[in-house]
Design a protein around this ligand. Structure first.
Ligand SMILES: [Zn+2]
Ligand SMILES: [Zn+2]
Length: 216
């Protein structure tokens, strides 16, 4: 952790009232398929009209249509991974009281508060720290934005969830986001992750950037 972390918040707090201009948030989920047809979904997006995210996010989301366009039925999904339990990342999970991905294990860090615990019950798969949760697919605990935030990695590819919200945080990872639970820890996690992604020249897949993929 360097001295730049102590930079005053007001200059650098994404989403603070002093910000000028409009910042349009995009919402991305990711589908992973391996050669053995194991299907993994990372986050379930903003969900339909009336979903938990609908009070603030642009519903309806297009997840089910996008999956159908790829020939993937909800019942085909083997594993759902939640980067964290903010409503724009889980609102496509339970619709009309029923789990949408009824055959999937739903992976969440034990440290993460879980508003879907009652609805998902036996489908839940709690992990602590780093774990391989599907063939070749790893979650890594990256706390700060939320206590149980996790990123997902497979091959040379990293889905960073809400460790990053805006491309400017790649230029300067000390720039903070107002809705990080633990701002100092989130900044440290972001600095460490961006440094490692650069060192390993990984392909970054973002949750909220206008362009989903960034080659580092
Ligand atoms: Zn979030
Ligand atoms: Zn988010």
């Amino acid at each position: 952790m360097g001295p730049s972390l102590r930079r005053p918040f007001l200059e650098t707090f994404l989403g603070a009232p002093s910000d000028e201009g409009e910042w349009v948030l995009h919402f991305h989920c990711y589908l992973l398929r391996d050669s053995r047809d194991h299907v993994t979904l990372v986050d379930t997006g903003v969900g339909p009209v009336g979903s938990p995210a609908s009070s603030w996010a642009p519903v309806p989301g297009r997840l089910r249509e996008e999956l159908a366009a790829l020939g993937v039925r909800p019942a085909d999904v083997d594993t759902v991974i939640f980067t964290h339990m903010h409503s724009d990342h889980y609102s496509g999970t339970v619709v009309d009281g029923e789990p949408v991905f009824a055959n999937a294990r739903h992976v969440i860090q034990r440290a993460e508060p879980n508003p879907l615990a009652e609805q998902l019950r036996d489908l839940l798969h709690l992990v602590e720290g780093d774990a391989e949760v599907a063939p070749g697919v790893w979650v890594r605990h990256t706390p700060g934005h939320t206590p149980g935030h996790q990123i997902v990695e497979t091959g040379g590819f990293t889905m960073a969830g809400d460790v990053l919200h805006h491309p400017v945080q790649l230029a300067d990872p000390t720039i903070r986001y107002v809705y990080d639970d633990d701002s100092d820890l989130a900044a440290k996690t972001r600095l460490d992750l961006v440094a490692r992604l650069r060192a390993e020249r990984r392909l970054l897949a973002t949750a909220h950037f206008p362009e989903p993929f960034v080659q580092l």
